[in-house]
Design a binder for this molecule. Structure first.
Ligand code: TK8
Length: 335
């Protein structure tokens, strides 16, 4: 009896040893496009993802990353995911409101006050709620990464008061809430895809744009912009999306490894982004930008001015999505 069991155990080990390593994984090349450049902390996140994939799949699953919008902008890439012709994109939520209208809640001005609040909402119930909506639209969101708090740059004047927005021609993302916000603030707002922004600033087709410090620096907007005003008017998350059509063709092990890789990537990406945020601000000053802070009192006046944007857009976003986020925020604020 003993002998036979030993023999069975031996045979089982032999079968395991004979199976090729990482057999549950196929050789795959995952196309992953980005609007930002590789020196943005998204590059740190993608590198981490690749390390996890190397370790867990014996190098069988490979990310082929494209940067600086070279393989298409956020919206175009997202549509390619839905069609099943591309695997991955890291995109801002804002250009996707035509696909998932509920995401518009993140475009509401001055919604989040800190990264901590954003993390609590995105990594909590609200994050799951949007993941479900995205999945229904053919997009699997593997993780929320960070672009950060958005600030205004322009070539005309410092913006320190709510009135200072008047008369500046500002590029906004292709998103109605941003358009509405910047019109309400008094700017001449022009929707434009991210890939066109540098040239439009350089040729003075537009006077300004708004993005987090790190994105301003890594996209070299400082070369064509003089003033940077610390408005912190919005925090629009990065989504790390996978094509649902292609996702459904992966094995459960492959799916699990990708989720793990994106979660590991999130940790280092957010950390790198936050470390770089202050450094980028200092570096933008060194490179010649004239930076002005916006006092809390003036930020409040700006918020008062854009309040109608909430009333006007909440019905379009849907009260359900707004409530999910507001509940998350309340919890994060200890209420
Ligand atoms: C990068 C974009 C960009 C966004 C924008 O692909 O369009 O201004 O903030 O950083 O997602």
């Amino acid at each position: 009896m003993f002998k036979r069991r030993t023999l069975v155990a031996f045979a089982a080990t032999a079968v395991l040893a004979a199976a090729p390593a990482f057999a549950q994984f196929k050789e795959r090349t995952i196309k992953f496009t980005n609007g930002v450049n590789e020196d943005h902390p998204v590059g740190v996140g993608v590198k981490k993802m690749q390390e996890v994939l190397n370790a867990k799949t014996g190098g069988k699953m490979k990310i082929q990353a494209f940067w600086g919008g070279a393989a298409g902008g956020d919206l175009q890439a997202t549509q390619a995911l839905r069609a099943g012709t591309q695997e991955m994109v890291c995109t801002s939520s804002s250009p996707l409101v035509g696909i998932v209208k509920e995401l518009g809640v993140f475009d509401l001005p001055f919604l989040f006050a800190s990264e901590k609040e954003a993390d609590a909402v995105l990594d909590g119930e609200a994050g799951k709620y949007f993941n479900k909506k995205l999945e229904d639209a053919g997009l699997v969101n593997l993780a929320y990464w960070e672009n950060g708090f958005r600030n205004l740059t322009n070539s005309k004047k410092p913006v320190a008061k709510a009135e200072d927005f008047e008369g500046i021609k500002v590029r906004v993302m292709q998103n109605n809430i941003f358009l509405d916000t910047f019109k309400t603030l008094g700017t001449n707002a022009v929707p434009m895809s991210f890939g066109e922004v540098f040239t439009a600033l350089e040729t003075r087709t537009i006077d300004g744009q708004e993005n987090p410090f790190v994105t301003i620096e890594t996209s070299k907007f400082n070369e064509v912009q003089k003033y940077l005003s610390v408005t912190r008017h919005a925090y629009t998350p990065f989504l790390v999306l996978y094509s649902k059509k292609l996702w459904d063709g992966l094995s459960p092990q492959e799916q699990a490894v990708l989720r793990e890789a994106a979660a590991e990537g999130q940790k280092v990406q957010r950390q790198a982004n936050r470390q770089l945020n202050e450094k980028s601000l200092a570096s933008l000053k060194t490179k010649g930008m004239q930076v002005n802070e916006v006092s809390p009192a003036e930020q409040k006046r700006m918020f008062e001015k854009v309040k109608p944007v909430y009333d006007k857009n909440v019905p379009t976003i849907g009260t359900e999505a707004v409530n999910v986020v507001m509940d998350g925020l309340k919890k994060a604020r200890g209420g």
